[in-house]
Design a protein around this ligand. Sequence first.
Ligand code: CP
Length: 335
Amino acid sequence: MNPGATAAGDILQPGPLPNRLQLTPEGRLRHLLTVEGLSRELVTEILDTAESFANMNEKAVKKVPLLRGKTVVNLFFEASTRTRTTFELAAKRLSADVLNINVSTSSAVKGESLLDTLRNLEAMNVDMFVVRHQESGAAHFMARHAEPGINILNAGDGRHAHPTQALLDMFTIRRFKGDFTRLKVAIVGDILHSRVARSQIHALNILQTGEVRVVAPHSLLPAQVQDLGVQVFHDLEQGLRDVDVVIMLRLQRERMEHAHLPSEHEYFQLFGLTRRRLHVAQPDCLVMHPGPANRGVEIDSAVADGAQSVILQQVTFGIAVRMAVMSMVMGVGGA
Ligand code: CP
C-alpha cells in the first residue's frame, strides 16, 4: 500500500494481526479497529464499562469530565445517521471537544490523501479519530500511521468491520437476555456485503453464544462463511425456528456490483421478516436491526415497530458503548 495514496480507489488491506495494532503490550485497548481477536474478558470489560455509562445516560445530568481537554475528530467518508451522531454525543457526554469533518466540503474532494488528512489534523493536536471509510482497512491504515498517543476508532470500513455496532448489539442482547451460552441467534439478509454481520459473528463467538446462524440466499453469502463459526440456512423459516434473537440486515444495493437478486419484492417474499414468520422463533425473541432499515424489503413495519423490536434501544445503548470504548482507549475507565 502506498501510504500517500488517495482516500478513494485503493483497497487497503486490514492485515492479519489487528491486536498488535489495537492493543498495548499490556493488553489494554489503544485503538478499536475490529472485534476479531479480542478476548472474552476484554469484550466483557467493554460491556461492563458501557453499563456504567448507560445508567448515567438515564440521569438528568448526562455528563462526566473524563475526556475534558481532549479533542475527538469525526471523519466520515460515508453517510451515517446513527454512528456519527452517537459518537458525537458520547464524546460530548465525556466532556471532549468534537470536530465534525464534512468530507464533502473538505480537501479530500480535491484529492488529498488519507495520510495527508491525518497528518494535517494531527498538527492541530487532536487526540482521537473516529473514522468511517468506504475502503476496507482504512482505520487500520490510520492506526499504522498515527502518531503515538493518537487513538483511532473504526466506525465502519468497507465490507470489513463495524466493531462498535457489534458491541452495542452485544450490549443490547446481554441487557435483555443475559447469558449468551444459552442463546440461538440468527443474522438474516445481506451477509456478503455486511461489515456489521462480520463483526457480530466474531463478537457472538467470542461471547460463546450457543448457536450463531446466518440466513440468506446463496448469492448474499460469502464463500466459506461456515468457517466463521456459523450454521448456514437458506430458508428463513428453518433459520428462525426456536431462535432467541433475530438480527435483520439491510440489502446493501450500493455495494452490489452485479445483480445478486431478481427484485426487492421477491426478496421480501422469501427473506422479509413478517409477524407470521416470526412465530417460529421463541415467543420472546428479540428483533434487532443495525439500521438503516428498508421497510418492506427486509422487514415489515409491523415487526420493526412491534413489541419484540429493540431497534431503537440499540441506538440508545450505542451512546453508552461508544463512551466506554472512548474512555477505555484513553485509559480513564467508566462513570
Ligand atoms: N448502523 C449504522 O452504522 O448506521 P449509520 O450508517 O446510520 O451510522
